[in-house]
Write a protein that binds this ligand. Structure first.
Ligand SMILES: Nc1ncnc2c1ncn2[C@@H]1O[C@H](COP(=O)(O)OP(=O)(O)OP(=O)(O)O)[C@@H](O)[C@H]1O
Ligand SMILES: [Mg+2]
Length: 723
C-alpha cells in the first residue's frame, strides 16, 4: 500500500505521532484534535512500515462501539481484514485473556460473567446466609464496596480494618461473596480486571508470552483509566520490547466518581521510560465559536495540564442559548429546531440531544414522539422501560387491576418481603388449577391455610399492602396515587438504600414518574377510563413503541457521559441549569465541580456545526415546580460567542400539546394571556401562567399561585384577570 496515504490527511503534529519511531508515547490533546484518528493511523503505520503483524497489536478503547468503529476504520485504511488484532475495552480484553487461561487464573472453563443485577442478587443471598439485615447492610453499598476494592486491586485479606467492627464485617461479606463466586465459577465485571491482573502477576510465563506477543499497545481515552487498569497496562508493557502509546485529555476526565484516576497521566510519564509527549493543538471538529466557548469554560478549572486548541475553520453560527419557560417549553423548542434542521436537508442521525441525567429524557422523548420524530436512546433504556419505572408501574397496575399477572409477578417480592420461589410456584400452580389470576390464587391459598405459616404471612403482607393502598389512594389525584404507591410499597426506600450514581438515577426516575402523572392529561378518547387506567395505557404504548434501530435515521439521545469521543453536526445540551448541571450534589464533594465542568466541556465539544444550550426556568422535579437559574457554565461563556434566543416567532406558531389535543398558541394568545404572565384569580389570588393546553372550550392553563401552588384551570371558567 502507498504509505503516504496514511500521512496525507494529517497535520504535522499528527504525522509526527503517527510516524514516530517505536517508543513510548503520550499524545495529550484537547477535544476534536484528532487523537482517535492518530491512533487509527498509527496502527496502520505500525503494520505497514514497522512490519508489526496485526497479531502483535493490542488496542484499548472505552466502549465496544468505539472498538468496532476503530477496527472498521483501520480495515478501511488498509483495505484488508484484521482478525488477529486485539481491539476492545479493558473488560472485553480481560475476559478474552481469562477464557484463554482459565486454568492458570483459577477459573473453571465455563466460568460465567455476573452482570451488575446478578451481582446485586448474589450479594443479597450472601447477606441472608450470614443473617445480616439488609437495612443495615445495604446490598448496593456492599456491591459498591466490593467493586471499589477490586478496582484498587484489593482482595479481602488486603483490606486494613483497623479493628473497626463495621469495616471487619464488610470485609467478611466481601470474603463470603468471593467464596460464593469462586465456588460457582462466577466473575463480576471488576473481577475480570483484577483476575486478569493476578493472572499475569502469578504466572510469569503467561505474562512473558503476552509481552513477546504485543509489541505495540495503544490506549484511547486514557484519562479515564482506573488503578487496576493502569497496573495491568504497566505490567504488560514493562519489558523493553513493548511500546505503549496512550492518547488522552485531562480536561475530559469524567469518571472520577467511578474510580478513574486522571493522575495516571502523570504516573505514565514517571513509570514509563523514554516517553515522548506530543501535543495536538488544532481542532478539526467544531466551528471557532463553539471551540472558543468551550475553551473559555474549561479555563475556569485549576490544575490543568494546559493545552491550547485552535481552529482555522469558519467562525460558524453563534451558540444559541434558549431559556425555556419550563421543561415542556424547552422540549418543544428543541423539537422545533430539529425540524428546522431536517427541513434544511440534514439527517436526524447527525443531531444529538445530550443531558446530565437519564431522567431528563422523558419530556424530550414525549415531545419527539408527539411529532413522530424517530429517536434512539444510546446506552440506556427509554424512560418507561427502565427497571424502577416498570417496578413502580407494576404497583400501579396492581392497584388498577389486581388480576394483572405480569404486574403481580413483577412486584410480589420487590422489594423483598420474604416470598420465596417455592411459594410463588405454589401460587402459579393454584392459579392454573382454578383457572384464576395469581391474585385470586394467593388469596385462596392464604384462606385455605395451605401454605407454611411463614410463607402465608409474607404473601399476606403483599395482598394487604395492595388492598390497603388501593383503598387509601382511590380518591386521590393521579400523582398522589403514584407517590403513595412508590412510597408505601417500599420501592422508594429500597432504591434509596442503595448507593452510587445508578441508584441516584433510579430515585430521580421514580420522582420523574410522579411528575409525569401530574402532567398527564387524559385524552378525549380515554375519558371513559379512570385517569390511572388511561395513564397506564399511555405508558405501555410508549414503552412498546419500537426504538429506532441503529440503521434508521433518528435523533441520538444520551447522557453527556455516553457521548464521550462522539461527534454530531447539531448538538443540544439540555437542562443546563444550576442544580441540574452542575448537579445539586456537586457542592458536597471536593473536586466534583471541576469534574462537572469537564463534563460540560465534553458536551460542548461534541458539536461540529451548531450548538444549542437550553435550560428551563421552572422545572417539575418530583411533582413540584423548582425555579432554576442558568447554569454557571452558561455564564462562563463570553458573550461574543452566544446569542440568546427570544422566541416570540417560534411560540406563536401552532404548537401541539403533548397529549394529542391541538393547542393553538394563537388561540391561547387570543385569550389575552401569555406564558410567564402574572394573573389574578378570585379565589387563589396572584400567580404566574406556567403552561397551557387544549383550545376553545377545552383550553386549560396552568397557573403557579403564590399562595396555593400550581393548578390547572379551565380557561373558560377560571375568571382569570391579567395582572
Ligand atoms: N488532519 C485532519 N484533517 C481533517 N480532519 C481531521 C484531521 N484530524 C482529525 N480530523 C477530524 O476531526 C474530528 C475529530 O477527530 P477525533 O475524533 O480523532 O478527535 P479526538 O481528539 O479523538 O476527539 P475526542 O477528544 O472528542 O475524543 C474527526 O471528524 C476527524 O475525522
Ligand atoms: Mg477520541
Amino acid at each position: 500500500m502507498d504509505v503516504s496515504l496514511l500521512l496525507d490527511s494529517l497535520n504535522d503534529k499528527q504525522r509526527e505521532a503517527v510516524a514516530a519511531p517505536l517508543s513510548n508515547m503520550l499524545v495529550l490533546a484537547g477535544a476534536g484534535s484528532g487523537k482517535t484518528r492518530v491512533l487509527v493511523h498509527r496502527i496502520a503505520w505500525l503494520m505497514e512500515v514497522e512490519n508489526i503483524t496485526p497479531f502483535s497489536i493490542l488496542a484499548v478503547t472505552f466502549t465496544n462501539k468505539a472498538a468496532r468503529e476503530m477496527r472498521g476504520r483501520i480495515e478501511h485504511l488498509m483495505g484488508r481484514g484484521l482478525n488477529s488484532t486485539w481491539i476492545g475495552t479493558f473488560h472485553g480484553l480481560a475476559h478474552r485473556l481469562l477464557r484463554a487461561h482459565h486454568a492458570e487464573a483459577g477459573l473453571p472453563e465455563n466460568f460465567q460473567i455476573l452482570d451488575s443485577d446478578d451481582q446485586y442478587r448474589l450479594v443479597k443471598r450472601i447477606l441472608k446466609a450470614m443473617n445480616l439485615d439488609e437495612k443495615h447492610w445495604a446490598p448496593r453499598q456492599i456491591q459498591w464496596y466490593i467493586n471499589g476494592n477490586k478496582d484498587e486491586g484489593l482482595r479481602p485479606q488486603h483490606i486494613e480494618t483497623h479493628g473497626d467492627a463495621t469495616a471487619q464485617k464488610m470485609q467478611e461479606i466481601y470474603a463470603a461473596y468471593q467464596e460464593a463466586c469462586d465456588r460457582s465459577g462466577l466473575v463480576d465485571f471488576a473481577e475480570l480486571l483484577l483476575r486478569a491482573h493476578e493472572l499475569w502477576a502469578k504466572n510469569p510465563e503467561v505474562l512473558a508470552h503476552y509481552q513477546r506477543r504485543f509489541k505495540a499497545v495503544l490506549v484511547d481515552e486514557f484519562q479515564d483509566t482506573n488503578n487496576i487498569q493502569y497496573a495491568w497496562l504497566r505490567m504488560l508493557c514493562s519489558a523493553d520490547t513493548n511500546n505503549i502509546m496512550i492518547v488522552g485529555d485531562d480536561d475530559q476526565s469524567i469518571y472520577g466518581w467511578r474510580g478513574a484516576n486522571v493522575d495516571n497521566i502523570h504516573n505514565f510519564l514517571k513509570d514509563f521510560k523514554d516517553t515522548s509527549t506530543i501535543r495536538l493543538e488544532q481542532n478539526y471538529r467544531s466551528t471557532a465559536n463553539i471551540l472558543n466557548a468551550a475553551n473559555a469554560v474549561i479555563d475556569n478549572n485549576s490544575g490543568r495540564l494546559g493545552k491550547e486548541l485552535w481552529t482555522d475553520g469558519a467562525e460558524g453560527e453563534l451558540i444559541s442559548v434558549y431559556a425555556g419557560f419550563n421543561e415542556l417549553d424547552e422540549a418543544r423548542f428543541i423539537v422545533s429546531q430539529i425540524k428546522k434542521w431536517l427541513d434544511d436537508g440534514n439527517s436526524l442521525k447527525d443531531s444529538a440531544i445530550l443531558y446530565r441525567n437519564n431522567a431528563q429524557s422523558r419530556v424530550l422523548e414525549e415531545a419527539l414522539l408527539h411529532e413522530s420524530i424517530a429517536y434512539r436512546i444510546y446506552g440506556g433504556l427509554r424512560f418507561f422501560e427502565r427497571q424502577e419505572i416498570r417496578d413502580a408501574l407494576g404497583y400501579l397496575r396492581m392497584l388498577n387491576h389486581p388480576h394483572d399477572d405480569a404486574a403481580f409477578e413483577r412486584v410480589v417480592n420487590t422489594p423483598s418481603r420474604g416470598i420465596g420461589e417455592k411459594t410463588i410456584t405454589q401460587v402459579r400452580q393454584t392459579a392454573r388449577e382454578h383457572n384464576c389470576s395469581l391474585w385470586q390464587a394467593s388469596n385462596m391459598l392464604i384462606q385455605e391455610g395451605s401454605l407454611t405459616g411463614r410463607a402465608s404471612k409474607a404473601l399476606q403482607a403483599f395482598t394487604t399492602l395492595v388492598t390497603d393502598l388501593e383503598q387509601a389512594v382511590k380518591e386521590l389525584p393521579l400523582e398522589e396515587q403514584a407517590d403513595k404507591a412508590i412510597k408505601h410499597s417500599g420501592l422508594y426506600a429500597m432504591y434509596q438504600a442503595e448507593r452510587g450514581e445508578k441508584a441516584q438515577a433510579r430515585i430521580e426516575n421514580l420522582e420523574e414518574l410522579v411528575t409525569a402523572c401530574k402532567q398527564y392529561i387524559v385524552p378525549e378518547e380515554a375519558e371513559e377510563m379512570t385517569p390511572m387506567a388511561a395513564f397506564l395505557a399511555h405508558a405501555s404504548l410508549e414503552a412498546g413503541d419500537n426504538q429506532a434501530d441503529s440503521e434508521q435515521d433518528a435523533v441520538q439521545m444520551m447522557t453527556i457521559h455516553s457521548a464521550k469521543g462522539l461527534e454530531f453536526g447539531l448538538v443540544f445540551l439540555a437542562g443546563v441549569e444550576e442544580g441540574m448541571f452542575p448537579s445539586q450534589m456537586t457542592n458536597d464533594e471536593p473536586g466534583r465541580m471541576e469534574e462537572e465542568r469537564r463534563l460540560c466541556y465534553v458536551g460542548m465539544t461534541r458539536a461540529m456545526q451548531k450548538l444549542f444550550i437550553t435550560y428551563a426556568e421552572s422545572r417539575r422535579v418530583y411533582g413540584q415546580d423548582k425555579f432554576h437559574t442558568a447554569s454557571r457554565f452558561i455564564r462562563e461563556i463570553p458573550a461574543e460567542f452566544v446569542e440568546e434566543v427570544r422566541l416570540k416567532s417560534q411560540i406563536s406558531r401552532p404548537v401541539h400539546n403533548r397529549f394529542s389535543r391541538m393547542a393553538s398558541h394563537e388561540a391561547f394568545e387570543d385569550s389575552g394571556f401569555a406564558l410567564g404572565q402574572r394573573v389574578e384569580h378570585p379565589k387563589f389570588g396572584a400567580g404566574v401562567v406556567l403552561n397551557y393546553e387544549g383550545s376553545g372550550d377545552h383550553a386549560r392553563v396552568q397557573v403557579n399561585f403564590d399562595d396555593f401552588g400550581s393548578k390547572w384551570l379551565v380557561l373558560a371558567y377560571a375568571k382569570l384577570k391579567a395582572n
